[in-house]
Design a binder for this molecule. Structure first.
Ligand SMILES: [Cu+2]
Length: 138
């Protein structure tokens, strides 16, 4: 009797741990976007989204940003092209300065991916309607 109980306990532990492992592997760990130059900006690069617990770290790295520029960047819904297909801002990102931007979003990566579809960089705060780079999150 004692032995059958411990076997049952062992089976329960194995099944539970398998469930936890399956759940962990289903949650996305990272995603990225190829940021392509738009409207002759010559600005392109990558964005990497990483799951860090319940938060998401977004790192943007581009080359070709004009010196001294501070460019607004966001995760948007919609598509990169044409411009009219771009949806609203889902998560704002830190401005891109010197080709770099790092943002911590207080939401899990799975949530970010369920709402946002592209990363878009704008020319400047005053020329927000001009897009210099955009990429689909994959
Ligand atoms: Cu934007």
């Amino acid at each position: 009797m004692k032995r059958s109980i411990s076997l049952l306990a062992l089976a329960a532990i194995i099944i539970t741990s398998m469930g936890i492992a399956t759940g962990a592997s289903m949650a996305p760990k990272s995603a990225s976007a190829n940021l392509k130059a738009e409207h002759g900006s010559k600005e392109s690069g990558t964005a990497t989204l990483s799951a860090v617990g319940a938060k998401t770290k977004v790192v943007v790295s581009v080359s070709g940003e004009p010196a001294g520029a501070s460019q607004p960047a966001h995760i948007h819904s919609g598509k990169c092209n044409p411009d009219s297909a771009l949806g609203g801002v889902v998560y704002p990102l830190s401005n891109v300065v010197g080709g770099k931007s790092t943002t911590w979003i207080s939401a899990p990566l799975a949530t970010v991916l369920s709402k946002g579809t592209v990363i878009n960089i704008h020319k400047s705060k005053t020329e927000i309607a001009k897009y210099v780079a955009c990429g689909t999150i994959k």
